[in-house]
Write a protein that binds this ligand. Structure first.
Ligand code: ATP
Ligand code: MG
Length: 756
């Protein structure tokens, strides 16, 4: 035990040690990026389990992204092992809430086997509702307003009562849309992301005994919680009132999704015995990076001043470059990656590099340049795997199998592959189903049976098409529900693929790239295979980490094993599409070393030795549509503080619409400029030493570095654009003509403006 305790507490600094071992019931850790908040939270979980003998199934641990919950599980496992970590109630807010609703949802009238509406479903439901009601309200606006109300805990009935007294037509219309949207979800037995949280609040308010076992609640990235999440925290901790949160107000970047930075103060008010601990030392980044990041965040004068205290050497000064175009910018990034990777020998691999973007749509040039250079990369938060057409089709089939009343999924696949049910017919059927207040599935069944009240005329051919569709679903469902030989999701998927002759379908419709699409299908099959079904209930009980602790008489009858496995697979897909599942691609069973391209939002809490932040121009960051400039600044701050050793920021002189750009106003002040350079960086032996010191990885020997740089001298492309060799027409030539000091020019222009 002593030995174990040593591993848990080993290497923590005094403040971290205090936080990990604090006897306080309610603890709030407030600290800047890279100060070890997540490390502290993880160690505290291990400490509570080991030292205070909490049982893991009574500990709730909440994170924001799937990646961070997985990382936390790994770290805890390293600290205490024994598979105990898999018994914790650990996950994102949404996934933990889903578990509670699956187990206890029936207590508040949620039907068994509910599906999750992802943002595509939500959009299409809202659009349809608006069209059907003949309203003119903008669907995008309605959607974000619905979500923002729901994340503040307001339901449509409450809103309806308020709106009824108002005269404003638009507000009245909105209230109607909101109500119709909610009805539609209920009819399809779907919950949207906000519902997962909101309905869990309902559940725990009405049946607090569902969480009577919970002894302690821990939350990472607390600054980004919204009001509903705050309520959840309160309700989870209702019995023992033991809570630990860690967060940083300077990194609050989800205001646009109704995060309430006030939750930090609200927590102290709600629990007057809250003990607040500050961590100060930064273990992540070089001092040079911290100085620059600090200057950026300090521009917000309303913020209480605090500093980032480095524990590392000064290191290499962050680079800010102005480049002639987004294409050149992308090529510059690629050449820097190659150069740094080569020059640092075996110190860095591709997975040590990240390119962080203000929005996923900026990735095109970078992706193209990476592809050309043959550098493996993975996209986080961009066109996502589950959004690809071929994947969506198959998933929609599985969703209909799991939940035939899901009108949206059903109407999308009704005519895929073509069965003679044209768009107009499909639309007519759906509209009439909605008018009859039955699901499309039931409506189609009635139509085939020639139900008297059906007005939509269907021809023999359509009837045949509908029949063959329902047949596939019914047969597959029969297989699924077969209790003797329950089929796992992957069997169902294979069955559907075979029935649809999906490979031939792809071949027929996607002549150019059917092979890569089929490869995606195979990838989906591999993922589905991770959700086996076990026919033996006792075994299942033991194996399934996802089960909440038993509370006598409250939990729901477990459904058919096959249905349950399918629902779990689909739920994980739905939650992953929202919060960016990003699995490392494997090569020979080992993670492939890939450069990460990610949105800044999805990079929260993570770190890389080398970070690029391109497109740093006004309009992009701060974004032209952003309402809160301070939040945009914090976003840049989050991006910069992801870097450990080398930080590159850059700005093309023209954006993708060929409009002139201005360097981001966050970077163009004189003060920030003092901590940035537009020269280099030269990756010399000193830089390599910096990097290895910061990363605490063994540094390559002097000989290795010298050898590497010799090799590079023969490869002028990888030294570009620093060699500046004239070569008419080539990029290098264009580059060398382009003034290296253009960045300075921009800065001085701004300075002149500032100085009046
Ligand atoms: P963010 O605000 O970005 O989420 P954080 O405060 O959660 O950052 P961590 O991710 O926990 O910070 O830690 C940052 C890095 O510093 C990690 O690599 C971690 O292992 C390291 N670290 C934290 N504390 C220590 C320590 N006492 N000694 C050495 N390294 C540490
Ligand atoms: Mg963290």
């Amino acid at each position: 035990v002593t030995l174990l305790m040593e591993t848990i507490l080993d290497g923590l600094n005094a403040a971290q040690h205090d936080a990990v071992t604090s006897p306080a019931n309610v603890l709030q850790v407030l600290a800047p990026p890279g100060s070890g908040k997540t490390k502290t939270l993880t160690s505290r979980v291990a400490y509570l389990l080991r030292h205070d003998r909490y049982r893991p199934w009574n500990v709730i641990c909440l994170t924001f992204t799937i990646k961070s919950s997985r990382e936390m599980k790994e770290r805890i496992s390293k600290l205490i092992g024994n598979g105990i970590e898999s018994k914790l109630i650990l996950g994102t807010f949404h996934s933990v809430c889903r578990r509670y609703l699956v187990t206890y949802g029936h207590l508040i009238g949620i039907h068994k086997g509910f599906g999750i509406a992802d943002s595509t479903d939500t959009t299409s439901i809202i659009k349809r509702v608006i069209r059907r009601l003949g309203l003119t309200i903008d669907p995008k606006k309605a959607q974000s307003r619905i979500s923002s109300l729901k994340s503040r805990g307001l339901t449509h009935t409450e809103l309806g009562q308020q709106e009824a007294t108002r005269k404003d037509v638009e507000q009245q219309e909105f209230a109607v849309v909101f109500g119709a949207y909610e009805n539609q979800l209920a009819q399809s037995n779907l919950l949207d992301y906000d519902d997962l949280l909101l309905r869990s609040v309902d559940l725990l308010r009405q049946h607090p005994s569902c969480v009577s076992n919970v002894e302690v609640v821990l939350i990472d990235e607390f600054q980004d919680t919204n009001l509903v999440q705050f309520d959840l925290m309160r309700l989870f901790a209702a019995k023992h009132k033991r809570i630990t949160t860690v967060g940083d107000p300077d990194q609050s970047i989800y205001g646009w999704r109704s995060a309430e930075i006030e939750n930090l103060k609200r927590m102290q008010k709600q629990y007057p015995d809250t003990v607040v601990i500050h961590l100060e030392d930064n273990y992540r980044s070089s001092a040079a990076i911290l100085l620059a990041a600090q200057e950026v965040i300090e521009q917000d004068e309303s913020r209480p001043s605090k500093s980032l205290l480095p524990t590392h050497c000064p290191g290499t000064v962050p680079v800010l470059r102005r480049l002639p175009s987004a294409d050149v910018e992308a090529q510059w990034i690629v050449s820097e990656i190659l150069r740094v990777a080569c020059l640092t020998g075996n110190l860095l691999t591709y997975s040590d590099f990240a390119i962080l973007l203000r929005s996923a749509s900026l990735s095109r040039q970078v992706e193209a340049a990476m592809g050309k250079a043959g550098i493996p990369y993975r996209m986080v938060g961009g066109q996502r795997f589950f959004d690809r057409v071929e994947i969506k089709i198959l998933l929609d089939y599985l969703r209909v199998l799991s939940q035939p009343h899901n009108n949206d999924a059903l109407s999308r696949i009704l005519n895929i592959p073509a069965r003679g049910v044209g768009t107009t017919t499909a639309k007519g059927l759906l509209e009439e189903a909605e008018m009859r207040r039955v699901s499309l599935w039931i409506h189609i069944r009635d139509a085939i049976q020639g139900h008297a009240s059906i007005r939509t005329k269907i021809s023999k051919a359509v009837e045949h098409g509908l029949g063959s569709f329902t047949n596939i679903i019914l047969t597959a469902r029969k297989i699924c529900i077969d209790d003797v030989h329950p089929q796992s999701p992957v069997d169902l998927l294979r069955y559907i693929i075979k029935k649809l002759d999906f490979k031939a379908y792809l071949h027929k419709y996607y002549d150019n790239d059917h092979e890569s699409r089929w490869a995606n299908v195979e990838e989906l099959i591999a993922q589905a295979a991770e959700y086996p079904v076990s026919g033996n209930d006792v075994l299942r009980e033991k194996k399934d980490d996802d089960r909440l602790p038993k509370i006598e008489g409250l939990e729901q009858e477990i459904g058919n094993a096959a249905e349950e496995a399918l629902a779990k697979f689909l739920a994980n897909v739905a939650l992953a599409t929202e919060f960016q599942r990003e699995d490392d691609e494997l090569q020979n069973g080992r993670p492939l070393s890939q450069v990460t391209i990610s949105t800044i939002h999805a990079a929260k809490g993570l770190e890389w030795p080398v970070v690029f932040v391109p497109s740093a121009y006004d309009g992009c960051i701060p974004h032209s549509r952003a309402e809160d400039t301070d939040e945009e600044r914090r976003l840049l701050y989050v991006a910069m503080t992801r870097a450990q050793a080398l930080l590159y920021m850059s700005c093309p002189t023209k954006n993708s619409h060929r409009e002139e750009t201005m360097l981001s106003s966050f970077l163009s002040t004189k003060k920030v400029g003092e901590f940035l350079t537009n020269k280099g960086p030269t990756v010399d032996l000193d830089t390599v030493k910096d990097i290895s010191r910061i990363l605490r990885r063994g540094s390559p020997s002097m000989v290795e570095v010298v050898e590497a740089s010799k090799k590079l001298q023969n490869r002028e492309d990888s030294l570009w654009p620093l060699n500046g060799k004239e070569d008419n027409g080539s990029l290098q030539a264009r580059w060398s003509k382009w003034d290296l000091d253009a960045g300075d020019e921009q800065v001085s222009k701004r300075r002149r403006l500032e100085d009046g």
